[in-house]
Design a protein around this ligand. Structure first.
Ligand SMILES: [Zn+2]
Length: 344
């Protein structure tokens, strides 16, 4: 069955400034990656509409949204040293958030098996009351909050090379959303230590896997299996949302991770096994090397259809067993659980 592909011309009108890595050419690279698999993957393209305000205020302060809208409509400028907006950025951000909601509606209606929404601006650094790190509205959080409101159990897998501090913050005390992140560490934004496991009734519902420079696919997948799998299986998610950033690719200019496009495909197939059919949505986050973004898009779309096509092979080197096992031990200790699963 088909893979939904959601995008909108307005995303190209969000102007983040001259020589900014998060630029509109990124979506042209995504389109090239889509064309490369259009013979082997059945794609169903759609044009999303804007998210309704009531969906945005579930995760953002209304004062922040109003001030962001006003700032954009007055012509824009720099929100912080990393994050600039133009007059169209508000409309682009609201449609980026709406793209996920539309995708979920279409999957519920049985139109397709899975979805990729190719949006900008990205979302996972945006916190309730502020833009941050190229992100204005937290797109994946808007969708997760909507699903949670419908009684769903949502797994967010964030494999962007940067930690999704905004998403973690928004759901830190929410037992209906399990947030799992693999990321380079240390790196912007500085959060995402193993010991950050959630709080209150959301205790244990945050899983952080911070990885050193040059980490390759086999180690990352072994870490997901050892550290995230037990929590995911205990949770029993009904939906999978992926913060699909491709800046952990070895060619990315902003980070030093060592993944190939084939590794992204394997991660996506691994994650989809935890949820029922027609309940997987990937949302674009980072990824700043255009050829890596093209290849990773091809790998993602084929993985979303259950295929193994990728322009590059997944890594085959030996996982860093000691590193991952030590990390698992730190998580167990933070949870107050022994390695054998018993409580202290
Ligand atoms: Zn990133």
């Amino acid at each position: 069955m088909a893979v939904l592909f959601g995008s909108h011309p307005i995303f190209a009108d969000h102007d983040s400034g001259t020589h900014h890595p998060e630029r509109s050419e990124r979506l042209k690279a995504v389109a090239r990656g889509m064309e490369a698999v259009s013979d082997v993957v059945e794609l169903l393209r759609y044009t999303p509409g804007p998210a309704p305000m009531e969906a945005l205020v579930r995760v953002h302060d209304s004062e922040y949204l109003e001030s962001l809208k006003r700032f954009c409509l007055m012509g824009g400028g720099e929100l912080d040293p990393d994050t600039a907006v133009s007059i169209q950025s508000w409309d682009a951000a609201v449609v980026a958030a709406g793209a996920g909601l539309d995708a979920a509606d279409r999957l519920r209606a049985g139109e397709a098996d899975s979805a990729f929404v190719a949006v900008r601006p990205p979302g996972h650094h945006a916190v309730s009351g502020s833009a941050m790190g190229f992100c204005l509205i937290n797109n994946v959080a808007v969708l997760a909050a909507d699903l949670s409101q419908r009684g769903e159990k949502v797994l967010i897998l964030d494999f962007d090379a940067h930690h999704g501090n905004g998403t973690q913050d928004i759901f830190i005390e929410d037992p209906s959303v399990l947030y799992v992140s693999t990321h380079q560490f240390p790196l912007f934004p500085g959060s995402g230590r193993v010991q950050e496991v959630g709080s209150g009734v959301g205790f244990g519902m945050t899983v952080n896997i911070p990885l050193p420079e040059r980490t390759t696919g086999p180690t990352l997948r072994y870490a997901l299996d050892q550290i995230a799998r037990p929590t995911i299986e205990g949770f029993g998610p009904t939906w999978l949302l992926m913060s699909a950033g491709f800046d952990a690719h070895y060619r990315d200019p902003l980070t030093e991770m060592g993944l190939s496009s084939g590794d992204f495909g394997q991660i996506v197939r691994w994650a989809m096994e935890f949820v029922p059919k027609q309940r997987s949505i990937a949302m674009l986050e980072g990824g700043y090397d255009l050829s890596a973004l093209r290849d990773s898009t091809s790998a993602l779309l084929s993985a979303l259809e259950g295929q193994k096509f990728a322009p590059e092979e997944p890594g085959t080197d030996k996982p860093e067993f000691d590193l991952v096992n030590a990390m698992a031990e730190v998580r167990f200790r933070a949870l107050g659980v022994h390695g054998d699963g018993t409580s202290r």
